[in-house]
Write a protein that binds this ligand. Sequence first.
Ligand code: PLP
Length: 430
Amino acid sequence: MNQASWETRDAEVCWHPYTQHALDRETLPVVRASGAWLELADGRRVLDAISSWWAILHGHAHPKIVSAIQQQAEKLDHVLFAGCTHEPAVKLAEGLLELAPQGLSKVFYSDSGATSVEVALKAAYLTHLRQGKKGRNIFLALHGSYHGDTVGAMSVSDPQPFFQDLAQLLFQVERVSPNADSLRQTLEAHAGKVAGFIVEPLIQGAAGMVMHPPSFLKEARKLCTEHGVFLIADEVATGFGRTGTVFACDQASITPDLLCLAKGLSGGVLPLAATLATEEIYESFLSDDRASTFFHGHTFTANPIACAAGCASLEILKEENTPRKLDAIGACIENHLVNFAKEICVADLRRLGGIVALEISAPDSGYFAKLGDALRAACKASNVLLRPSGNVLYAIPPSCTTPEECKLIADAMKDVAMHAVKNISPQKTP
Ligand SMILES: *Cc1c(COP(=O)(O)O)cnc(C)c1O
């Protein structure tokens, strides 16, 4: 029997995330990965400049993480986390609380960034109820925010550009800008009705790596406390050194009431998430009445193999000082781009820690949509894996990335930008 290869059969059976299958028919068939590199079915090597959707923290197939996964799989593969516990979950919770801002004391595990956000939203809302404060039904979030694809997480995410068609399903959220006046005015306009303010601290990833200063977080912390509103920091993308400090909140010296973690938590290799909470929030659920239990849990909550990977990842982070390594990598890529940033097609070059963003402007802003497509097309031809977000090209590589690889990434970003801009330049018609 002459069967087509699995690469070709993909299109018959797989439905990919965030993919318009009518336009984007090609998928990269990946067979192996090591360090910062992916190996394709045809033997071609591609540099993973975006850490496989911002997840892979230290590099693919880090020996310590591989070995932790192997050992844990042989010992205890999975057990429910309601009424049972295990060492990897306890050790990882201790490790997280030690690294996290002072004042957080309990760890609630789940499986993805979106679920860590759902946990935070439900815990914030219910804590008010348990404390006898009814009517706090509104959440605040930033314009352009992104918090995940489940219904609660979509509600707090900006409906543009992804969730407009689902608006009827989503709950009420008031949008604010990242400045104290905007937040204060919105809190005052809805006094007594706000349950929580959720923020991607310092950098809004999916918005196109849009940044705000630590001073805003400081003021947000103060304002939330004054108004009895829980501050939820969504560090799903920024956690574990991406911004140059272990957590982005560290740069503002603030402690949120709830802290959402995922992506890099397991080293980025297994689905694992955590929501860290204050003792106040945890205690609000304690009661002789079973009805006030926190009724939330996923089948694979605190999966032992994922937690073991998380423990190994935290050890590496501490041994290698991953935040500093990522910061140096970001600086290296930025340095290679500084001159290019003077080109007229570059609207902005910005960096926070290991995240470098190059914002491209089209000659005619009406070509904006075309620019996105042109960037995507140019990325496909590259041997560096990049995924533009609108008109923003960014790099967020793993901490094993070498200076030579940084140069490859920067060169690829330049090439992709030049090609894309050239391809959409208005054609002169006679
Ligand atoms: C990616 C991301 C999420 C969603 O995480 P998933 O694991 O994809 O569900 C939530 N918040 C932020 C800030 C993210 O970058």
